[in-house]
Design a protein around this ligand. Structure first.
Ligand code: PMV
Length: 372
């Protein structure tokens, strides 16, 4: 069995362009968001996780990114880019990507030889309270890997390409590392996931029961308001959290339990662990210093409604939460009709303007070939 890769494996080529380089072009990828079942919450070093995490890769909630590149006019070591979101120039996003590209210069010295124009949009409604960093950063990482391959021919093998894309996506946003793979991915070294690594995510759908490859995640938009505390700030607050070390231990234990029941297809244990994880994530926020609360009253109403639906119907519908108030409803394909009725009859009252987004597990990033 091959060993997990090290940081130096991602630096194995000196990716510099010659001074006479004149090529320009465009690269276009879409990439989905993902929803964590065991959560990544707490990091150290250069975007390394404090515990392993596992997530479902979504299908409909995705980012669409086009990277235009051309030779830079002034040869210097700075990053030169402009960024457009939904067709509108966004210097605030450009500043973030510029910082990200600067951090990659050791791996990708050619980034300072080119001018970039990045055009991005999301499939999900603007400010629906859905975190877009996973889809946005994974789409950008796929574009960067394709650019590396176009310029240097160093990523012809799909496994190498995806591993590097996951590695780069992680450096942009930890959870983005998991969006690279279809259906299910694990990020963070863990004994239950062979060849798992803190440096990148690995595909995991083949390791579990096939029911999870068509799992649903319907997102109840409880509130569209922007989060009062960003994920970055939340991760940092874990460093001072009294419960942090127990939490990391617990997360790794839950990974083992969750992977075990996903292998056998035990949906009840699966759901119990996933709900416990969601509530633990929010408990960690409430026990940070300063404490904060991202759930809304309607998040709690919806949680209670899901629990009583389960009790009365015995159907395996469970919820999870991201770092925000919106509920993600997780369920197998077979009970779609019953769940849709339940959402439309009982849960939409808790959603802002009755909004919810139906999603399910998907294939991961897709390369878009432009028509001539
Ligand atoms: O990728 P980040 O740094 O935005 O962190 C995301 C953390 C959670 O979404 C709350 C959990 C997870 O594992 O995706």
């Amino acid at each position: 069995m091959s060993k997990a890769h090290t940081f130096d494996d991602f630096k194995n080529a000196d990716l510099r362009l010659s001074h006479s380089h004149t090529e320009s072009g465009s690269i276009h990828w879409t990439s989905p968001s993902n929803i964590a079942l065991v959560k990544y919450w707490g990091k150290h070093g250069w975007q390394l996780p404090r515990n392993a995490s596992i997530s479902l890769t979504l299908n409909n909630a995705k980012s669409d990114t086009i990277l235009h590149y051309s030779p830079k006019k002034h040869k210097d070591k700075t990053i030169d880019l402009s960024f457009f979101f939904d067709g509108e120039e966004r210097p605030d996003f450009a500043a973030r990507i510029e910082k990200f590209f600067s951090s990659l210069l050791e791996l990708y010295p050619f980034l300072s030889d080119l001018h970039f124009e990045i055009r991005s949009s999301n499939s999900f409604p603007h400010s629906a309270g859905i975190a877009s960093s996973a889809s946005a950063m994974s789409a950008l990482a796929m574009c960067l890997c394709e650019l590396e391959n176009r310029l240097f021919g160093t990523l012809n093998n799909t496994a190498d390409f995806n591993r590097k894309a996951s590695f780069l996506a992680r450096l942009g946003s930890g959870s983005a590392s998991r969006s690279i793979y279809p259906h299910l991915a694990v990020w963070g070294q863990h004994p239950s996931a062979a060849q798992s690594s803190d440096l990148y995510a690995i595909p995991f759908a083949d390791q579990v029961h096939k029911t999870f490859s068509s799992y649903h995640d319907d997102i109840l938009i409880i509130s569209k308001k922007e989060k009062s505390v960003s994920s970055g700030a939340g991760h940092n607050l874990m460093e001072g959290n009294l419960y942090a070390s127990n939490r990391y231990q617990q997360a790794n234990q839950r990974m083992e339990q969750l992977i075990g029941c996903m292998q056998t297809g035990d949906l009840e244990t699966f759901g119990q662990i996933v709900e416990a994880e969601a509530l633990t994530l929010h408990a960690l926020m409430m026990t940070s210093n300063p404490p904060y609360l991202l759930m809304e009253a309607n998040s709690i109403h919806a949680i209670k409604a899901v629990q009583s639906f389960r009790q009365s119907t015995k159907l395996p519908l469970y919820f999870t939460l991201d770092a925000g108030p919106n509920l993600h409803l997780l369920y197998p394909d077979e009970i779609t009709a019953q769940v849709k009725d339940f959402i439309n009859n009982e849960l939409v009252q808790y959603c802002e303007n009755g909004l919810y987004l139906a999603d399910h597990c998907g294939q991961g990033p897709e390369k878009i070939i432009e028509q001539a």
